[in-house]
Design a protein around this ligand. Structure first.
Ligand SMILES: [Zn+2]
Length: 80
């Protein structure tokens, strides 16, 4: 791949003039990697509001993964 430059450019500052993918009237502040697979990488350009939401969602995902891997669901409760 020729476009691999720098260590994991998952989030990078936007060049001037880009607009948010969701709000076309707002300037984008960040470009984030939203998909990476065999077919390539998909980036989203996000404004400040969307970027904040993206970070919040990602933290929730990480929290859910952490909880799933560290805490077993309790077994069936047996009532005598
Ligand atoms: Zn936006």
């Amino acid at each position: 791949m020729a476009d691999r430059c720098g260590p994991h450019p998952e989030t990078r500052l936007m060049p001037q003039g880009q607009c948010c993918d969701n709000h076309h009237a707002r300037p984008a502040v960040a470009r984030v990697l939203v998909q990476s697979d065999d077919t390539g990488k998909v980036y989203a350009d996000l404004c400040a509001v969307c970027y904040h939401q993206f970070q919040a969602d990602r933290q929730l995902d990480e929290l859910a993964a952490y909880l799933a891997s560290n805490f077993q669901a309790p077994g069936p409760v047996i009532i005598h």
